[in-house]
Design a protein around this ligand. Structure first.
Ligand SMILES: Nc1ncnc2c1ncn2[C@@H]1O[C@H](COP(=O)(O)OP(=O)(O)OP(=O)(O)O)[C@@H](O)[C@H]1O
Ligand SMILES: [Mg+2]
Length: 380
């Protein structure tokens, strides 16, 4: 969808030559969210400004959908691109609703349609539309203004979004919520997005891919896992920071390490359960109902004492307390295990069992990554 080919941007500054972007090549696929990550001054904002022609290229080419941006009408190009600028940049003499509705109005949407869209976007950004739509930017906090800036970029439903640190001024709690909502929306809309950040955690969470940039060049381009676990050089390693194995836990969903588990249905005779325990040499047996909903487990120990000849296991079922869901990460799994002092957790989707995750599986995963990190250090 977007192709940067040997892009160069130079500035003359009092006779000194500044290479803000230095022979940068990068390809962004349609529907992908790519995070540009890198230190202050490395050229991130410049790259976005070149993309919508707010700056002129010194050399190289930028193609959008295979078409050179220089061959497109500048104004039309910008209308097709949603841009959240780093300084937010709302018009101070227009209301919030007018700010958000600006591009839709220019391209001829009806007043009614715009109003509905403004409402919808403000709510998505956790802002009460009735409270905010008629206010002016100066009557909002910095974080609220930033959210309006994101709403405005999304307004006319552009296929391409350039977002320059869009959540930088928002407090951690609201930021997490807006990141989650934004990812949820992106799951549905599959927009092509270039997202600038200098926060590694945000990049790992938001990016399908991360382009790590330094001195106007791409140092490494890859998935969050590749950046974390296979850093190309010392710069990437320093930028990613310590505890790479722990950070990786946050990227991997429990479905990647879960496995199948044997279970029995409610109503099983205690005799049969005891036979099973003897055969399998297990301590616990998971019990489900006929819809595969996990009800709890029975402990071998509980059955060994006395019981009536006709007894069924139903009276011996212990509660599960808590379960995981497929989208939970390994970090969440570890957290649940530690806080509940359990070593096995069921993964449940729409009420039904899909597998289990054991503490030992997490250990395996961590030690595999640790070994990898360790070997790289030895190599270095
Ligand atoms: N108009 C300009 N004239 C001269 N130099 C400029 C100009 N605009 C940007 N630069 C320089 O180009 C380099 C890249 O700037 P850019 O704004 O792209 O950085 P950035 O990666 O977005 O940084 P930050 O994370 O701080 O926003 C910097 O060294 C900056 O000083
Ligand atoms: Mg910048």
């Amino acid at each position: 969808m977007i192709e940067y080919q040997n892009v160069v941007k130079e500035y003359q500054d009092n006779g000194a030559l500044i290479k803000a972007v230095d022979d940068l090549s990068l390809q962004v696929e349609s529907g992908e969210l790519v995070v540009l990550l890198g230190p202050s001054g490395c050229g991130k904002t410049t790259l976005l400004r070149l993309t919508n022609r707010l700056e002129d290229l010194t050399a190289g080419q930028i193609l959008i959908n295979g078409q050179n941006i220089l061959e497109q009408d500048e104004v039309k190009l910008r209308q097709k691109i949603g841009y959240v600028i780093q300084e937010i940049g709302l018009f101070p003499n227009k209301t919030i609703a007018e700010n958000i509705g600006m591009v839709p109005k220019i391209i001829g949407w009806s007043a009614e349609r715009i109003e509905k869209r403004v409402q919808e976007l403000l709510e998505m950004m956790n802002l009460d539309a009735d409270l905010f739509k008629d206010r002016y930017p100066a009557q909002l906090s910095g974080g609220q203004r930033q959210r309006v800036g994101v709403a405005r970029a999304l307004a006319a439903d552009p296929e391409l979004l350039l977002m320059d640190e869009p959540f930088g001024a928002i407090d951690p709690i609201n930021r997490k919520e807006i990141q989650d909502q934004f990812l949820h929306l992106q799951d549905k809309l599959q927009k092509t997005i270039i997202f600038v950040s200098h926060d590694i955690q945000e990049a790992l969470k938001m990016g399908d891919k991360i382009a790590l940039i330094n001195n106007g060049q791409v140092v490494q381009f890859g998935t969050p896992e590749e950046i974390l676990l296979e850093p190309a050089n010392d710069f990437v390693q320093d930028f990613v920071g310590t505890e790479r194995a722990m950070k990786a836990l946050d990227l991997v969903q429990v479905t990647e390490i879960m496995h199948e588990v044997e279970y029995k249905y409610k109503g099983l005779a205690v005799q049969d359960a005891l036979t099973w325990f003897r055969k399998k040499n297990n301590e616990y047996l998971l019990i489900c109902n006929r819809d595969q909903k996990p009800l709890g487990y029975v402990s071998h120990q509980d059955l060994v004492d006395d019981y009536a000849a006709e007894a069924v296991i139903d009276d011996y079922i212990r509660d599960l307390y808590t379960v995981l869901h497929p989208q939970d990460t390994l970090k969440e799994a570890l957290n649940v295990m530690v806080t509940n002092e359990v070593t096995t957790l069921c993964v449940v989707e729409e009420g039904a069992l899909v597998g289990v995750v054991k503490f030992a599986d997490l250990q395996d995963y961590l030690s595999k990554n640790y070994r990898r990190e360790h070997q790289e250090l030895k190599k270095a």
